[in-house]
Design a protein around this ligand. Structure first.
Ligand code: SF4
Length: 94
């Protein structure tokens, strides 16, 4: 798609939607103490599924849930909202 660039603003509120890996890491570090987290293996399996999913926007956000996948995938009580079922099958255990 040469010549076409994705906008960095939300269509609804026009806020900047760009987020850096450093900002995401800061969000995770702030949330982690109060969050029941999955194991590293489960986390990596979830993020691998997201990285191969057509619903991943900008390399960080799930277009179905609007969640930053690095944050969502960390939480034990979260799941993948895929239209054809969870792509995180078998990764809901801690
Ligand atoms: S639909 Fe599931 S696998 Fe795809 S980006 Fe969203 S959370 Fe990740």
């Amino acid at each position: 798609m040469e010549g076409i660039t994705a906008p960095n603003t939300c269509k609804g509120c026009e806020r900047d939607t760009a987020i850096s890996e450093e900002q995401i890491t800061r969000i995770i570090n702030n949330m982690r103490p109060g969050m029941e987290c999955v194991t590293d293996n489960v986390y990596e399996a979830r993020l691998l599924a997201c990285s191969q999913c057509d619903e991943l926007m900008g390399g960080h956000t799930c277009s179905i849930s609007g969640s930053i996948v690095r944050v969502r995938a960390l939480a034990v009580n979260q799941n993948c909202p895929g239209y054809n079922g969870s792509r995180w099958q078998g990764t809901s255990l801690k």
